[in-house]
Write a protein that binds this ligand. Structure first.
Ligand code: NI
Length: 211
């Protein structure tokens, strides 16, 4: 096993070496302001994970304690995201089908960065998408609850208003899949540069070490 500090260091290296452009999912493709990058690099050294309070797709409260017991795969995104989020969740689904076909070992979790539109009902539909992990849990909450969860997991996102002045908006967000152990400690991170094969291989190795 690699000590936790080394893993946190590893995360820093991943973030710094890939560069923010590589892991920043511009769901809009309209906004590519490099000035925002500094935020994440500055916080990348801190611990990933910690207490949060959200609600699931059935409207029931879920805290950090409720998701312990199984290793978790955690992804932050939003249901209206046209491509980046669905792609990451499909990769997660394909990797889990290969590594954990009975959906017993890992708990995949989707946390909304768009609580305004991602109601529990919306997430209930979303998490049942074909190709997404079968037992995907969807979490949302008040704007404050979501901000707190983002902060705990060092996730950056920003609402991008419609450039034409309409009510529609998109949300730029970091596209990262975190692997946390069954106690909620950070183990690994996958970016959208990770292939499904890569994710599968690393999950398989983790499962073997922890079975
Ligand atoms: Ni997205």
């Amino acid at each position: 096993m690699i000590p936790a500090q080394n893993l946190t260091r590893l995360f820093q290296i991943v973030v710094v070496s890939l560069g923010l452009s590589a892991i920043m999912a511009a769901c809009s493709n309209k906004n590519d302001d490099p000035g925002r990058s500094g935020t994440v690099v500055a916080t990348g050294s801190a611990e990933i994970g910690g207490p949060f309070s959200l609600v699931n797709q059935d409207g029931l409260p879920v805290t950090q304690d409720d998701i312990q017991g199984k290793p978790q795969l955690i992804y932050f995104g939003f249901a209206y995201c046209p491509d980046v989020c669905p792609l990451a969740l499909q990769q997660m689904g394909a990797a889990l089908d290969a590594v954990d076909p009975s959906s017993e070992f890992f708990q995949p979790i989707f946390i909304s960065v768009d609580p305004e539109r991602d109601t529990p009902d919306m997430l209930k539909l979303y998490v049942s998408n074909n190709g997404f992990p079968k037992n995907l849990m969807g979490l949302t909450g008040s704007a404050e609850q979501v901000e707190a969860a983002k902060s705990v997991y060092k996730i950056y996102s920003q609402k991008i208003p419609d450039p034409d002045g309409g009510e529609d908006y998109t949300v730029d967000h970091l596209s990262l899949i975190y692997l946390m152990d069954k106690k909620g400690k950070f183990v690994d991170v996958f970016t959208h540069a990770s292939t499904t094969e890569d994710i599968t291989r690393r999950l398989k190795a983790f499962k073997k070490r922890n079975d």
